[in-house]
Design a protein around this ligand. Structure first.
Ligand SMILES: Nc1ncnc2c1ncn2[C@@H]1O[C@H](COP(=O)(O)OP(=O)(O)O)[C@@H](O)[C@H]1O
Ligand SMILES: [Mg+2]
Length: 268
C-alpha cells in the first residue's frame, strides 16, 4: 500500500486538554482513515465532548497535534474546522424550524458567500438550490415529504437525517456525529441509522459519539474507548463484543499493556 493510501483523513497525536487540575483529555492519539466509521465511546465525563469540541474548533487543546490529510492544523474557531473539512452535527441539530429543508441546507453559509442570510438567500438561485437539495436527499435515500415545508413539521428522524445530509451536501472531508440517535425514538433512530449507513457505503469518513452500543456495533468499523480522558482501547468492531467494550468503558477489562506492566511489576 502506498503512503498516501494509508494516510489518515484525521489524526490526533498526544491531544490534551486541562481545565485547571482536571485532565479532560490526556495524550489522546487515534486516527480515522478514508471510508472508515469510528465510534467514540466512554462513560460520562470520559472526555468525548471535549474531543469533539477540539476536533470541531470549539475548544482549543492544551497539548498535541491534529493533522488532516497529513498536514498539521490549528483551529481558532468552528469556521476554521469547517474550512478544513470537518463538519459536526450536534445532538441539538441546530436546524431552524421556520426554514424549509433547502433553507436549512444553506444555513450558516452566509459568511462563505458574504452578507446576511436574507441577503444570501435573496441573491441565490432558489430553483437551483432546491434542485441541489433534492439531489442530495435522493443520494442519501432520505425521503422527506415536502422539501418546501418548514422543518418544524418533520419528525425527529427526518430532522436528524436532514442535519446529517446537510453536512455531506457541502462535500466535507469528515463528519462528526454527536449522539445521532440519543434524542430519537426507535423508528426515528432506524431512519437516522439508515442515513448513516448510506453515507458509510458512499465511503464518507465519520466519527460517531454514541452511548448506544447496539447502534455503535451497527455503525462502526472501529471503536475508540475513552476513560478518564485517555484512550483505554482502540478496537476493530468486527473483532470485539459489546461485553468487551463495556469492560473497557468501566475499566474492568485491563489492556494487554497494563497486564504486561502488572506482570513485570510482580516479577520484580
Ligand atoms: N469547561 C469545563 N470546565 C471544567 N471542567 C470541564 C469542562 N468541560 C469538561 N470538563 C470536565 O472534563 C471531563 C470530561 O468532560 P466531557 O468531555 O464533557 O466528557 P463526556 O462528554 O465524555 O461526558 C469531565 O471531568 C468534565 O467535568
Ligand atoms: Mg459529553
Amino acid at each position: 500500500m502506498s503512503a498516501t493510501a494509508k494516510q489518515p483523513v484525521l489524526e490526533l497525536v498526544g491531544i490534551g486538554k486541562n481545565y485547571g487540575a482536571v485532565e479532560a483529555a490526556a495524550d489522546v492519539s487515534f486516527s480515522i482513515h478514508n471510508g472508515e466509521v469510528v465510534a467514540l465511546v466512554g462513560d460520562n465525563g470520559a472526555g468525548k465532548s471535549t474531543l469533539v469540541g477540539i476536533m470541531s474548533g470549539v475548544i482549543e487543546p492544551s497539548a498535541g497535534t491534529m493533522r488532516i490529510d497529513g498536514s498539521a492544523v490549528t483551529f481558532q474557531s468552528p469556521r476554521d474546522a469547517r474550512d478544513a473539512g470537518i463538519e459536526t452535527v450536534y445532538q441539538d441539530l441546530a436546524l431552524v424550524d421556520e426554514l424549509d429543508v433547502a433553507g436549512n441546507m444553506f444555513l450558516g453559509r452566509e459568511a462563505t458567500f458574504g452578507g446576511g442570510l436574507g441577503r444570501f438567500l435573496g441573491a441565490l438561485d432558489l430553483g437551483g438550490m432546491r434542485k441541489r437539495t433534492a439531489e442530495a436527499l435522493k443520494k442519501a435515500e432520505l425521503r422527506v415529504p415536502d422539501i418546501d415545508r418548514p422543518v418544524r413539521a418533520m419528525s425527529g428522524g427526518q430532522r436528524q437525517a436532514t442535519a446529517i445530509v446537510r453536512t455531506v451536501f457541502w462535500g466535507k472531508r469528515l463528519l462528526i456525529l454527536d449522539e445521532p440517535t440519543a434524542a430519537l425514538g426507535v423508528d426515528e433512530s432506524e431512519h437516522a441509522l439508515r442515513t448513516i449507513d448510506n453515507l458509510r457505503r458512499q465511503g464518507i469518513p465519520m466519527l460517531v459519539v454514541s452511548h448506544n452500543l447496539q447502534h455503535v456495533f451497527r455503525m462502526s468499523d472501529r471503536i475508540v474507548v475513552l476513560r478518564h480522558g485517555r484512550v483505554q482501547a482502540d478496537l476493530v468492531t468486527a473483532d470485539t463484543s459489546p461485553e468487551d467494550v463495556v469492560g473497557h468503558i468501566t475499566g474492568a477489562k485491563v489492556t494487554e499493556l497494563e497486564r504486561r506492566a502488572a506482570r513485570l511489576e510482580a516479577s520484580l
